[in-house]
Design a protein. Structure first.
Length: 260
């Protein structure tokens, strides 16, 4: 247990001073900022008239200056953009060792290979959760400044927000395998980009509920009426895919011939 804690601590130290950490937080923070802009546009008729395409987008979303609408935007941002951001995080955590040339150093440590990877998975989860909590805090700050009224069913919106977060984190786990197999960032980033494109196509033809990387977006409401297609099998497919990705990562790391 001590070895695992030390491994997690080492991973946190390696990442805490990286500029990439702040880049992900800034990029992800665009969602609550855009939500605040939507609220200002809706409240100001003149701004709404001048907003053009943005105003049309706001109207199409049925956005209202309320906490429910604001949380809905944040949830959809996690379900859609979160898959890409969490994929980037996973690519960085698991792929940087090869880009920095330190992968062999890890293999020579008196710590089991499984514990090293588990530490990376734990840091991936901590990082991902920190991103969504940061967005929520920014949203509450903006909402307070804009004097949004609290509503009785805000807990439902918060529940959907955090469930979407869990689904998004699960969808990012298999990327660890592609980072180690591809020995860097390109393979996992290419894979997550491909899954986003495929998710759009599969959802459009009505089978998005069976594609694991489409489930977070559908649950968040980004797919509109397609959310109703989700069922127990949809979540089971996502869980099985995530577990398979985790096991594939552990197995490859333990038994592959790491020549570079």
């Amino acid at each position: 247990m001590k070895q695992q804690l030390f491994a997690v601590q080492a991973e946190l130290i390696k990442n805490r001073r990286s500029k990439i950490v702040w880049v992900t937080f800034i990029a992800f923070a665009l969602a609550p900022v855009m939500g605040g802009i939507f609220i200002l546009i809706i409240r100001d008729p003149e701004a709404l008239a001048k907003a053009g395409g943005l105003a049309a987008k706001v109207k199409a979303m049925g956005f209202q200056p309320s906490w429910n609408s604001y949380l809905s935007v944040l949830t959809q941002a996690v379900g859609v953009g979160g898959v890409l951001v969490s994929g980037f995080v996973a690519s960085w955590i698991f792929g940087r060792e090869y880009s920095d040339g330190t992968a062999k150093d890890l293999l020579s440590l008196p710590v089991s290979r499984t514990k090293i990877l588990n530490a990376k998975f734990i840091v991936y989860m901590i990082w991902s959760v920190a991103l969504v909590i940061s967005n929520l805090l920014i949203a509450f700050l903006i909402g307070t400044i804009l004097h949004l009224d609290l509503v009785e069913n805000i807990w439902r919106g918060l529940g959907e927000y955090f469930v979407t977060t869990v689904l998004t984190i699960l969808a990012g786990l298999p990327l660890a395998f592609f980072a180690i197999w591809g020995r860097g960032y390109l393979a996992p980033l290419g894979f997550v980009s491909l899954t986003i494109v495929i998710a759009q196509i599969i959802t459009a033809i009505g089978y998005g509920s069976f594609f694991p990387w489409a489930v977070p977006a559908l649950y968040s409401g980004a797919g509109g009426e397609y959310k109703a297609d989700l069922n127990s099998l949809s979540y089971l497919i996502l869980i099985v895919t995530s577990f398979a990705g985790y096991m594939a990562t552990i197995t490859y790391w333990k038994f592959a011939d790491h020549t570079k």
